[in-house]
Design a binder for this molecule. Structure first.
Ligand code: PAF
Length: 286
């Protein structure tokens, strides 16, 4: 029989630990979905996967200041607690963990987690301390929530790769699950940042998925040279007035390192663009 799920809101790490201890002693498994809130269908697909995998689902909601650079959009990151809570209730989340900023980063906080290889490519170049911030908060959340499983989205492929590496290197006892990207009808990948797009920007942003689709078609028709694929995708993106390319790269799907030849099943085309002042990323396996 389906368990009743009410979504209890937890606002302190001590309380979260108590809940985890209770669940553990009752022999229940935990699947964890870390988020920064403003939940959309992409998050809901992670929650659905979590529900299928474990007895209990914990979602965290924390806009992590240390993964944003000094001139990035921390201050205007979209937030809507009531809407997020309603979404958690509807999708059967057991616990919504909202740790206070002062508990996560008290004064004189000075410990960080860094990964020195996979994180140094792609977004690691244009956002130098981003993955250090992500890994630090994810490691802290793993230590508080002690999940058996944790779910991340393929849209943030590099983030998932870097987290898998941290989990392996630091012997975290959690299994990382990665769920497919959820897209709008026209192909735009779901992202909390899409809310910032005007109608015109939204129209130009459609080109990202069209360019990824074209890349897949090229590879299916036998192209293996990454320069050709990257050039075609770059041309398509820059044909739109509001798009500026940050990177277009074919990389190894595990290590995120640049590849000169496409190896079927092991290559990923990753792109990041500015749509005017909104930064979007997307990718496709090749
Ligand atoms: O993907 C995100 O929303 C964030 O990077 C994460 C994993 C919740 C860490 O703050």
């Amino acid at each position: 029989m389906e368990k009743e799920r009410k979504t209890e809101v937890i606002r302190s790490t001590a309380e979260m630990r108590e809940v985890v201890a209770r669940l553990r002693s009752a022999g229940e498994t935990i699947c964890f979905v870390p988020t920064m809130g403003y939940l959309h269908r992409g998050h809901l697909s992670l929650i659905e996967a979590a529900r299928k995998r474990a007895d209990r689902v914990v979602v965290s909601l924390f806009v992590n200041p240390i993964q944003f650079g000094p001139n990035e959009d921390y201050d205007r990151y979209p937030q809507d607690f009531d809407q997020d809570l309603a979404a958690c209730r509807e999708s059967g989340v057991d616990y919504l963990f909202c740790p206070p900023g002062e508990e996560m980063y008290p004064p004189k906080y000075s410990t960080y987690v860094d990964e020195e290889r996979y994180s140094r490519h792609l977004c690691g170049i244009s956002r130098p301390n981003h993955f250090r911030g992500v890994l630090t908060v994810v490691a802290k959340l793993f230590n508080i929530v002690c999940p058996d499983f944790a779910v991340f989205g393929q849209k943030d492929a590099q983030q998932a790769a870097v987290i898998r590496k941290m989990v392996a290197d630091l012997h975290f006892g959690v299994e990382i699950m990665v769920e497919p990207t959820v897209r709008e009808e026209d192909g735009l990948a779901m992202s909390s940042r899409n809310i910032h797009l005007t109608a015109g920007q939204r129209e130009d942003a459609k080109m990202i998925f069209q360019a990824l689709t074209r890349a897949r078609e090229m590879v299916e028709s036998g192209v293996t040279n990454t320069d050709r694929v990257e050039a075609e995708v770059t041309n398509m993106l820059t044909s739109r007035r509001r798009l500026r390319v940050i990177y277009v790269e074919v990389v190894d799907s595990e290590t995120m390192e640049r590849r000169r030849e496409i190896v079927s099943g092991k290559s990923l085309l990753a792109v990041a663009v500015w749509v005017d002042e909104v930064r979007l990323i997307d990718n496709t396996p090749l």
